[in-house]
Design a protein around this ligand. Sequence first.
Ligand code: MG
Length: 203
Amino acid sequence: MKILAIGRNYAEHIAELKNEVPDEPVIFFKPDTAILRNNEPFYYPEYSQDIHHEIELILRISREGKNIDAKFASKYYDSIGLGIDFTARDLQSKAKAKGLPWTLAKGFNGSAPVSEFLPLTDFPDLHNINFRLDVNGSTKQEGNSKMMLNTFDAIIAYISRFITLKTGDIVFTGTPAGVGPVKIGDRLEGYVEDKKLLDFEVK
Ligand code: MG
């Protein structure tokens, strides 16, 4: 399986990193070796001094497809969960300055903790899903899917023009404002509405 992610999908997060609103979605990969499941701890790597949390709604692809029309895109994912798009911001800033890819800054080991998935039927309105991240008990990021610049269906349609999606692939749908550094000893808890889906430590 593979993980695809969209960057710069929430206006306030674009502003906090002083990026420009992209003309087209910014897409990147994470390898399957980035995944942490079952609230496994995240081990802070030695090659970065500035790992940031990015809480995101994630989709699980349930059917193979390419060139998917946005109006049929909702038939290609069956469940929604929460993920952290851990980003080595120091490595990413260096790469961005040189116009180089974000591969290592976004794809390192453990950079994609993912929760269990909830079936779509748990969500009465996909365009109105609240989610948040608490660090050590205080809320650092809050978002709602209605704030996304590209909807779930638009992201699926766009990616599938270039890359065939397969059953089991995971799509990260972008982070709202409030990203920031984590440190060893932090406890991260992620919620969709009032349901806690993520709860793990940085070690
Ligand atoms: Mg992200």
